[in-house]
Ligand binder design. Structure first.
Ligand code: PA5
Length: 425
């Protein structure tokens, strides 16, 4: 379902052929389930075949969605405990009856106060707090504030408005939620934060914000990806080839991958992607720096560097064959006006976007930045489900090929330890 186009990359079949054995070896490590953190590989299949925990998640989501007046969903979490949900909710759009707020994903007093003011006014507030460790400072501080608010608002009923998603057995959040009888779901032991979108971490906020049917479509897409990609051969496996291309660029001194999209609603999906690859690969002095650009906006800022600056980048375009909302805004014929746009008479904005995309690829490839494209059929929940699984699989293959462990994040832990030391914990 995802097509990889490498014809403007300068990489040819023979280059792919040379790296193929290494990619197959990395893929084999996933097939053999060499790490205990590979629970995400089979998850879409398990969910699709009927999973009691997923049904409990979707049941609660439906209950919340039909609980009366407009729902205000506050998602508290950071990194892998929030980016999956937010990226999908922003890409698909929350339903009209649901307002979604985020907290615990920053340390800004100003932002927190802004969110708090909205939550105070909300008639029907639900707080979903997500932390696998249950001790991360940003969500802990935010939860401290919003838990009190929920108790002030709902008194004895507050526990019906708070859901914790955390470790099955341990951690502060686990203990608090148990003691106060909050709703609880588990982050599985064998799935790390950035691979957790199909666990309750992603599925609960998504099902509340976008609906149970949409959440199921998302899983369908991921299951389709697992069927296509876990069995496929290198020659017809775009996830393996994407991992191959990234490693070839890296070896050719292209140390930065710039993911580029033309859809602003896809911005947080790029943030999710950056965390996935950045945390999985950036270790032991290795790894591509992962960056993103939103075109055409950034063509008028970063475009100069991409075209002409240090030759350290390659670009990965994420494209939708059916441009989202393409028919909704036909360009008005402008003949007779003085705006100089007659040459676009009868065209659509989607046509202009496609033309600008082709022009950008050509120009950047002629300059300092070769590019590849990942083409999704559309921006439906199913296609996005496919995209998330594709990226997680490709990332794990790519990291093993680079020679690093995809499923740990020692660098993140280091900053947490230093911060707690300075704060006197
Ligand atoms: O992907 C990861 O493992 C991290 O980004 C974590 O999700 C992030 O640090 C938050 O950790 P926790 O879920 O323990 O609060």
């Amino acid at each position: 379902m995802i097509k990889l186009d490498i014809h403007k990359s300068g990489i040819g079949e023979s280059d792919l052929g040379k790296i193929r054995p290494e990619i197959m070896e990395s893929f084999g490590r996933l097939v053999r389930r060499e790490s205990e953190m590979m629970g995400w590989l089979d998850l879409p299949e398990r969910l699709s075949k009927g999973d009691a925990e997923l049904e409990r998640v979707l049941g609660l989501a439906e209950e919340i969605r039909t609980s009366g007046s407009k729902v205000t969903l506050l998602v508290i979490g950071i990194g892998g405990s929030y980016l999956g949900a937010r990226s999908f909710i922003e890409a698909a759009g929350a339903d009209e009856g649901v307002e979604v707020l985020y907290a615990g994903n920053h340390m800004s007093n100003r932002e927190l106060v802004k969110t708090y003011k909205i939550a105070v006014e909300a008639e029907n507030l639900y707080v979903v707090v997500i932390s696998k460790s249950g001790t991360t400072l940003e969500p802990a501080l935010a939860f401290n504030m919003f838990e009190k608010l929920a108790h002030e608002k709902y008194g004895a009923e507050a526990n019906k408005h708070i859901v914790a998603i955390t470790d099955a057995h341990k951690g502060v959040l686990h203990d608090v939620a148990k003691a106060k009888n909050y709703g609880m779901f588990v982050v599985p032991d064998d799935i790390g934060g950035r691979y957790s979108i199909f666990t309750p971490v992603g599925m609960l906020p998504i099902a509340i914000a976008c609906g149970v049917g949409t959440a199921r479509e998302l899983v369908d897409g991921a299951y389709e990806a697992s069927r296509d990609l876990m069995g496929g051969e290198f020659g017809d496996n775009a996830a393996m080839q994407y991992a191959a291309v990234r490693n070839l660029f890296y070896r050719d001194n292209k140390k930065v991958e710039l993911l580029a999209s033309w859809e602003p609603s896809f911005g947080f999906a790029m943030e999710w992607w950056k965390q996935l690859f950045g945390e999985s690969e950036g270790k032991d002095g290795k790894g591509l720096w992962v960056s993103s650009a939103m075109y055409s906006t950034d063509l008028h800022s970063l475009g100069q560097f991409v075209q002409d600056g240090s030759p350290i980048l390659f670009e990965t375009f994420v494209e939708f064959a059916d441009i989202p909302g393409a028919d909704e805004l036909p360009l008005e014929a402008s003949s007779g006006e003085l705006d100089g746009l007659e040459y676009l008479d009868g065209k659509t904005l989607a046509y202009v976007q496609k033309s600008a995309l082709e022009a950008t690829k050509l120009a950047h490839a002629r300059g300092n930045t070769p590019n590849i494209s990942l083409v999704l059929p559309d921006s439906s929940a199913k296609s996005l489900g496919y995209f998330y699984y594709f990226m997680m699989l490709s990332c794990a293959i790519s990291a093993y090929t680079l020679g690093v462990e995809p499923f740990d994040q020692p660098g993140v832990e280091m900053y947490k330890q230093e911060m707690f030391r300075i704060l006197g914990k």
